[in-house]
Design a protein. Structure first.
Length: 255
């Protein structure tokens, strides 16, 4: 496995974003699309670790740089993202370079994302939950759903062969106090500590400038994961949903 450095396209600067490839191209089993660096870790870091332990090829596509923020910068966020990527053991990561705080599901952005789907050919997509106070999160899911459809089109000028990811699942990384009713909850008891380590890579977002007395922000995430775990009889859990029906070939994985 080798590490490639690719030019970030975040507005206003060129930054190095780490992409990890096994050879020249990676055909992914799972692609997590995140509005900002850190959303994938927050919403489904445990699931990513579980998928990797099962031998699946997992990638993350961040749509924006996530900057500006009070304690971050393009360079800081790039370093933090690289560190979190290493903790998760991702097979691939890139940044689409769309504008932070003003993300929109434009036709140009739809084509950019559809090309990624055609090139990486993931079986499953994971997108943010479609109801949120953060406009970037809402726009991200609209963009993902539209790009999934476009990726299968023939007779276009888009790079790559037509491809249609089989499923879209939704993770929760929301800025609303919602009474969530997830479709399923994944047991991440064995993965929580490593998920926490990945989240803590983003010091500029979750540590710097925040209260240090318990419960800290990360402590609150642990308590939330424990609450979801309690609902299924495990120590920690992550909730997920989907607009589409869930299909099972066996009941063996249920807890």
């Amino acid at each position: 496995m080798r590490e490639n450095r690719i030019s970030g396209r975040a507005a206003g600067a060129n930054i190095d974003v780490v992409a990890i490839f096994d050879g020249d191209s990676v055909m992914l089993d799972i692609l997590v699309i995140a509005p900002h660096p850190d959303d994938a870790e927050l919403g489904m870091g445990g699931a990513i670790l579980k998928f990797k332990a099962a031998g699946l090829r997992v990638g993350v596509l961040d749509l924006t740089s996530g900057e500006p923020t009070p304690y971050g910068s393009l360079e800081i966020r790039a370093r933090e993202t690289a560190a979190a990527t290493a903790v998760l053991g991702l097979d691939w990561r890139d940044n689409l370079g769309l504008p932070n705080r003003s993300l929109e599901p434009t036709l140009a952005a739809r084509e950019q994302l559809a090309v990624v789907f055609r090139q990486q050919r993931p079986r499953w997509l994971f997108a943010p939950y479609w109801i949120d106070a953060h406009p970037d999160h809402v726009a991200a899911t609209q963009l993902i759903e539209a790009a999934r459809f476009w990726a299968k089109l023939s007779n276009t000028k888009m790079a790559g062969e037509p491809y249609h990811p089989e499923r879209i699942y939704n993770y929760y990384c929301v800025h609303l106090k919602l009474a969530l009713q997830p479709a399923f909850i994944l047991d991440i008891s064995d993965e929580w500590e490593k998920k926490r380590a990945a989240i803590e890579c983003y010091q500029s977002q979750f540590v710097t400038g925040r209260p240090v007395e318990p419960p800290t922000f990360v402590d609150s995430l642990r308590d939330e994961a424990a609450s979801w775990g309690k609902t299924i009889g495990t120590k920690y859990g992550e909730p997920f949903t989907s607009r589409e029906p869930l299909g099972l070939s066996t009941m063996a994985g249920l807890v």
